[in-house]
Design a protein around this ligand. Sequence first.
Ligand code: SF4
Length: 448
Amino acid sequence: MLTRAELRKGWCPGALAPMPAKDGLLVRLRISGGIVSADALAALARAGRDLGNGLFDLSSRGNLQLRGVSPTRLPLLHARLEDLGLLDADAGTEAVRNVLVSPLCGLEAPIDVGAIGKALEAELIRAYDLRGLPGKFGFLIDDGGPLSLAHTPADIRFDYDRRRGHFAIGVGGAAGEAICLGACEPEALVDIALRLARAFRRLGGEMLEPPRRMRDLLRQQGPKPLVAAAGLNLTPAPKGELAAEPCPVGLIALGDDTFCFGVGAPFGRFTAPMLEAAARAAALFAHGDIRLTPWRALIFPRVDARSEDAMRAAFAAQDFILDKDDPRLAVAACGGADACERGSTPTHADALALAPLARRLRGTGVALHVSGCAKGCARQSATPYALVANGGRYDLAIDAASLDPNRATYLAKGLSLTMAQDMLEGLLEEMLDPIAQKNAQQAERNSP
Ligand code: SF4
């Protein structure tokens, strides 16, 4: 069993390094490129049913997790994963190839980041000196396509700028908060990613307490030592326009008569029957191909738009989210007390109860993050409101990416669910009441 200290230090589970959770081992699969075949998905659903508790999570980096695996059945699960080609040679290989690429890579965008991502993975596997990167240290490559990864954080990121025809190189977070170091051509991307990762290791290794994420290093040293240690000569480039956070649910038009269909799952939690239904739909409607996304949704590429009704019917029997206005898309939550030793509240049930209110607080995207503790596993991006469980009650934070009590702004602490609901309703009323807003602004101006 992991100690609390180990959990705090950024444990990042894998298939070969599963993490003990309250409901058994959590086995995270890092599927290269996030592309999985219908046959493989059906086999994973069977494996989860036979060897786990039949529950799966899609993580905020698009990784599929099997839950509730008992240690005695782990070798059987490994054998099945090996048959599917989903088991790495060792835990170090699995951990280091933490590369997220645009889920629709190769479909519409001017550049296929799937191939670049694979090349980066291959180099990371070869680079034994990078095995010491912290578990959560991750790379991201966005193809500039319609479903942007701009809001997904990464330690080292490359965002393709269609207008300028190059990648913007960013470090330390989502596109909006990352420091833009410069720009590069596609051919230089892999080399630059490796250089920056090595520079992070070198500089971090010289610090008293080595940082676990790039933003921690940047907070202390700024970007110049990093660029110098990487031996790069970069010209600062302007940031591209920040795209909206995608909501890939329902029919997605990519232009030129190319369509995809997306289905969400509340909190990214799938059951084995849901995955089996998804595998059948992929075989029927999408040439057997499924894309895993960091937005708690699966995407079926290259579907015939005329099949939309048939696809909706195929998913109707399961608990999928098929419409963009489904209020469950307004909330994010980890497993909380039901699934994790550190959780002290039933986060899923509480988030579902607050979902309609959350949607009224903000019309699009995730408005409320209900977290089992300040670690905030369900969401790394900033959220307008966050309820953070603490000893069975909730603390309410605003506009927080990190829920760390030293960095987030907390409006109130020790709230019951009802009190939290009342407080959020009060905030909503203030937002809707222009006189109250005016008074609040006046009070702010008058404050010393
Ligand atoms: S955020 Fe949730 S899943 Fe993560 S450690 Fe805390 S309680 Fe557990």
